[in-house]
Write a protein that binds this ligand. Structure first.
Ligand code: AQP
Length: 347
């Protein structure tokens, strides 16, 4: 689908990414996305982070739970190191530019492109006649989330790679259709040892907030005891850890735990294998549990503290939304101009 980029990138580096408040944040969200978000912010790059509540409603959400999950995710971002003074942090529905550009991109994206999205197929399963139209259109809204800011780089987990290719295709087609070099062709930033954290119960399926089994994931709200128990009970095979990395091939559960250890410790998986070569899971799992508790417990405690003041969280999100709107509004207004929409209303 992706064509070679025709135009030179003339856009300043700007990072955008988001997470759905469709449940509590997991270790997968943390290692694949949130930890990267903090690193990018700390590198001094302009960073815009969004709790994509309009994406969450592509499957039905209980209103009270959605409100809670949005605040809790915001608390998770801040507890993990997102500084609302340095990054723009807000929830999507407060900035209407997203859905306006999302509709325009529904008219740019082709049915054939959308039909190839594997996440839709996975999420809809055999039930595709009964899922919402929004779930199908979701990747076009995701492209709008990113391009409403002319973001150039998007840190995500491995599962979002295909959606970012679609975002590139939408930008290229829009530019071509209207003879402009208006939108950047974004670069996915998929980095680190845990770009796809797998379920603790099944090393072949992704750790996910909506998995019916709570044992399959570590939640950022889990206490130390729960984290330790989940890791000790994680599914593994009976073999000790191998002497070399290639010994993890065809051992998805073992590979997953090694990758999680590496990502939490800030090492490479090869270093972890070197340190634990020949170790039984009876040794490795407690070491991983201790590391996970040491890294995650401070985040959990800070989240609990922040959640005691929901009004302050709402204030931070509102302020972030105003800053986001100031960037996105002129961009979307210019898109209307490019497309020939009359803009004569006095504001
Ligand atoms: N298991 C994972 N490993 C690495 N990265 C992950 N991400 C999600 N799960 C993993 C990354 O987190 C960011 C936000 O994802 P999302 O919440 O918007 O949607 P998702 O990818 O559909 O995540 P879930 O947990 O599976 O949500 P539900 O269950 O609601 O569908 C993205 O950058 C994603 O790559």
């Amino acid at each position: 689908m992706s064509e070679p980029v025709q135009t030179p990138q003339t856009f300043p580096t700007r990072i955008f990414s988001g997470i759905q408040p469709s449940g509590g944040l997991t270790l997968g969200n943390y290692l694949g996305a949130l930890k990267r978000f903090v690193e990018k912010q700390d590198e001094g790059i302009e960073t815009i982070y969004c709790l994509v509540d309009m994406h969450a409603i592509t499957v039905w959400q209980d209103p009270a739970k959605l409100r809670h999950a949005t605040r809790e995710a915001a608390a998770g971002f801040i507890a993990a190191g997102i500084d609302p003074a340095r990054s723009v942090l807000f929830n999507q529905s407060q900035v209407t530019a997203h859905v306006e550009l999302g509709w325009i991109f529904n008219c740019v994206a082709r049915m054939g492109w959308m039909s190839r999205m594997t996440q839709f197929k996975d999420k809809a399963g055999k039930n595709s006649e009964n899922v919402s139209l929004g779930l199908f259109a979701y990747p076009a809204l995701m492209a709008a989330d990113i391009l409403a800011y002319k973001a150039t780089h998007v840190p995500v987990g491995e599962d979002q790679k295909q959606h970012l290719e679609l975002c590139r295709d939408i930008a290229i087609k829009f530019n071509k259709d209207f003879g402009v070099n208006y939108f950047p062709v974004v670069e996915p930033v998929i980095e680190g040892a845990a770009t796809r954290v797998m379920s603790l119960r099944d090393g072949t399926s992704k750790m996910s907030k909506s998995d019916p089994s709570d044992q399959s994931r570590i939640n950022l709200t889990d206490d130390a005891d729960t984290i330790s128990k989940k890791i000790r009970k994680a599914k593994t095979d009976a073999e000790p850890l191998p002497e070399h990395l290639d010994g993890l091939k065809d051992r998805p559960e073992a590979k997953n735990l090694v990758n999680i250890y590496a990502a939490l410790a800030g090492h490479t998986p090869a270093q972890v294998i070197k340190d634990f070569a020949g170790a039984q899971f009876g040794t490795f799992k407690p070491a991983l549990a201790d590391l996970a508790v040491a890294k995650l417990s401070p985040i959990t405690s800070e989240m609990t503290r922040l959640m005691k003041d929901p009004a302050e969280i709402d204030r931070i999100l509102g302020e972030g939304a105003a800053r986001a709107d100031a960037i996105a509004r002129p961009i979307v207004d210019e898109v209307y101009e490019i497309m020939g929409m009359i803009r004569s209303r006095h504001m």
